[in-house]
Design a binder for this molecule. Structure first.
Ligand SMILES: Nc1nc2c(ncn2[C@@H]2O[C@H](COP(=O)(O)OP(=O)(O)OP(=O)(O)O)[C@@H](O)[C@H]2O)c(=O)[nH]1
Ligand SMILES: [Mg+2]
Length: 445
């Protein structure tokens, strides 16, 4: 593996850091560094003050930190050069490192090496990127829990259960001539059912995980003049959209982001729905419907009881989405909820606080706040793998039900183990199964 280098900080700060990793990282850095000690003399986790030199010319005054394999982020010998944050200096140091034998790192290559060197598993490596891009506390919490092994631990547990079941079945196979049935099929079934439940709860958590990671798109729709733009402005706490009593004031999509309980929500105000001959307004209404299809949550704002047809139309448009009926203008009239959707009554213009609506929005999109500590899947790759794992577990289950021979069930079990291992990037060999047999069972029993 070649020695790689990259600028680790963004431009514009007072200090910039250049990272070097690989077997030659210390010797290459030594060639461009002049300090009161040589880098070779330093122990791991030691720093040294000095200068980066371009032959006889000083490039910058720096601090070099040394990390010795395996005690570094990548697991390799590594160096971090802290210099002043100018673009010129950072690029110059990088260029010098490359001239002396380093290669510019590709995106994520330090973390990839950390994974290859066993410093972390694949799901943890993926979480590193999420931690870096987290914009609020909720997404940071989810990413951090994954980086610390939240999902990996849960998967390790499941894997252990599966290996245990597989080992029971393998024993049955080994002794098949003696007609021994080690594996109690009822016990197998109950183990599989609990596994299925665990996988399902991870699958279900993805909706929440995705919402926390990417933010929740919430579209505000309804007839003209019902107070959609007033509501948008209140939710954003900003006079973002024009409000007037003229029907058809909003013609284009207006959107912005705000946070509720540390989760990002993107609110989208739309052109009011009505029959009109106005060409521009009709384009706006088409955009409302286009955008509706991408939203996760729909706020349907009304100020009078909707007709049967309107309710049916909204149900059709919002199939598979969560809808909250927002009954507005309660300061001038009361409207009963005659729709199948959960409703909240407000006065967007006069209510001092819209807390009840915000709570409902949060609960509908994310669930109860106190469930934040559960393991939450926020990665699409993990989600896709879990769907496959669930299918595979269902195969095992129906195999047991229909009394399939052990070897066929064992195949499905191995398949599930392999599928789940894709999340953490681990490799399962049948040695795992064998080891498990001998460590847990007394053969004479
Ligand atoms: N009394 C009362 N009036 C409200 C309330 N909310 C909004 N309004 C008024 O209703 C009128 C329409 O408000 P908008 O927010 O522009 O309505 P809209 O749904 O965005 O309308 P379009 O953009 O035309 O689709 C304005 O005169 C608002 O001041 C409310 O809670 N109570
Ligand atoms: Mg409007």
């Amino acid at each position: 593996m070649s020695t790689i280098c990259a600028i680790a900080t963004s431009y514009g700060g007072a200090i910039g850091i250049i990272r070097v990793s690989g077997a030659e990282s210390i010797s290459i850095t030594e060639k461009i560094f002049k300090g009161n000690r040589s880098l070779a003399e330093l122990t791991g986790y030691e720093m040294c003050h000095g200068y980066i030199m371009d032959e006889e010319t000083i490039v910058d005054e720096v601090i070099v930190s040394k990390f010795v394999s395996p005690n570094s982020y990548t697991g390799e010998d590594s160096v971090e050069i802290s210099c002043h944050g100018s673009i010129y200096i950072l690029n110059k140091v990088l260029q010098l490192l490359i001239e002396h034998g380093c290669r510019q790192a590709t995106p994520g290559e330090f973390t990839k090496r950390a994974f290859l060197n066993g410093k972390m598993d694949l799901s943890q490596a993926e979480a590193v990127a999420d931690v870096i891009s987290a914009e609020n506390k909720a997404s940071h919490d989810v990413a951090l829990s994954q980086m610390k092994g939240g999902i990996s631990n849960e998967l390790a547990q499941m894997r252990e259960q599966l290996i245990h079941i597989a080992s029971l079945l393998e024993l049955e196979l080994d002794f098949s001539e003696e007609d021994v049935e080690f594996a109690n099929r009822a016990e197998l079934q109950s183990l599989i059912t609990s596994l299925d439940r665990q996988i399902m709860s991870l699958i279900v958590s993805f909706r929440k995980g995705k919402a926390i990671k990417d933010g929740v798109p919430v579209i505000i729709v309804g007839k003209t003049n019902v107070g959609k733009s007033t509501l948008l402005n209140r939710l954003l706490d900003d006079e973002r959209a024009i409000v007037s009593d003229v029907h058809g004031t909003t013609r284009d999509l207006i959107e912005d982001t705000t946070t509720i309980n540390d989760v990002s929500f993107r609110f989208i105000d739309t052109a009011g729905l009505r029959k009109t001959d106005d060409v521009v307004e009709n384009i706006g209404i088409r955009r409302t419907y286009d955008r509706l299809s991408q939203a996760m949550l729909v706020l349907w704002v009304i100020d009078e009881t909707p007709s049967r047809d309107e309710i049916d139309e909204m149900r059709k448009q919002c199939e598979g989405k969560s809808v909250i009926l927002v009954i507005n203008k309660t300061d001038i009239r009361q409207v009963q909820n005659a729709t199948p959707f959960p409703a909240v009554s407000i006065s967007a213009q006069y209510d001092e606080s819209l807390q009840p609506l915000e709570n409902m929005i949060f609960k509908t999109a994310i669930g109860e706040t106190n469930t934040m500590t559960d393991v939450i899947v926020s990665n699409q790759r993990h989600y896709d793998i879990l769907l496959r794992a669930k299918e595979s577990v269902e195969n095992i289950s129906s195999g047991i039900h229909s009394n399939l021979p052990s070897e066929l069930i064992a195949e499905d079990l191995k398949n599930t183990i392999h599928i789940l291992a894709e999340i953490t990037g681990g490799e399962i060999t049948s040695t795992d199964v064998l080891e498990s047999i001998f460590s847990q069972f007394c053969i004479g029993k």
